[in-house]
Ligand binder design. Structure first.
Ligand SMILES: O=C(CO)[C@H](O)[C@H](O)COP(=O)(O)O
Length: 213
């Protein structure tokens, strides 16, 4: 089980400062979609240059031109690139093919997929690396969580690693760990806390403790 810190609502220097605090307690750092929209892949490169030993995920949320977009993100330094599960299979296949050439991985984000069970089965057959259930900010604001969707994909996904994102906090980490996803993605639950290092360290500890049980 790995921990990914998602950085969304900050600029590049602020993002680097946050990672300096929690570097020892995370496995992956995500350059969120708002940063990429604002700053481009320059942000991915800046993060990789600052922390060469951390895996960087580019949250591109690709919907078309899968191969081309994955090439650009990977060449900027992304180890993992996101594609939307709501897109067509051809885009996902193109993304997977290019990721193999570039030595990167594909995470399919199931945000706003209506039939999670059916689409997860289909995506599971396309050779992607992660299938991620995700409640976006706008649905989090009206009380939606990704936890039941995580159970759904854990039951049907056979070949692919699983991931979960969307409003996860220290208080909800035990419930998430119980479902045993391969990757837990936490944004504001770390980045918006006063003592980011302490929170990241505690999440990492709970994940390690669960792995040794
Ligand atoms: O992809 C995202 C928003 O679209 C976020 O990175 C993801 O939801 C994790 O952040 P948080 O834990 O703050 O919800």
């Amino acid at each position: 089980m790995k921990l990914q810190l998602a950085l969304d609502l900050v600029n590049i220097p602020e993002a680097i400062e946050v990672v300096k605090e929690v570097e020892a307690h995370i496995d992956v750092v995500e350059i969120g979609t708002p940063i990429i929209n604002q700053e481009g892949h320059h942000a991915v490169k800046a993060m990789k240059d600052a922390f060469p030993s951390l895996a960087v995920l580019a949250d591109t949320k690709i919907m078309d031109a899968g191969g081309y977009e994955v090439m650009n993100a990977s060449q900027a330094g992304a180890s993992i690139v996101t594609v939307l599960g709501a897109t067509d299979d051809e885009t996902i296949k193109g993304a997977v093919e290019e990721a193999k050439k570039q030595g990167s991985e594909i995470l399919v984000d199931m945000i706003n997929v209506t039939d999670i069970e059916q689409r997860a089965k289909e995506v599971d057959a396309l050779g992607v690396d992660y299938i991620c259930v995700h409640t976006g900010y706008d649905l989090q604001a009206v009380g939606v969580t990704p936890f039941s969707q995580l159970t759904t994909i854990k039951n049907v996904v056979k070949n692919t690693k699983t991931a979960v994102a969307g409003g996860i906090k220290l208080e909800t980490i035990p419930e998430v760990i119980k479902a045993q996803p391969d990757l837990i993605i936490v944004g504001g639950g770390i980045a918006n806390q006063d003592d980011k290092k302490a929170v990241a360290a505690e999440i990492q500890k709970q994940m390690k403790d669960a792995a040794t049980v």
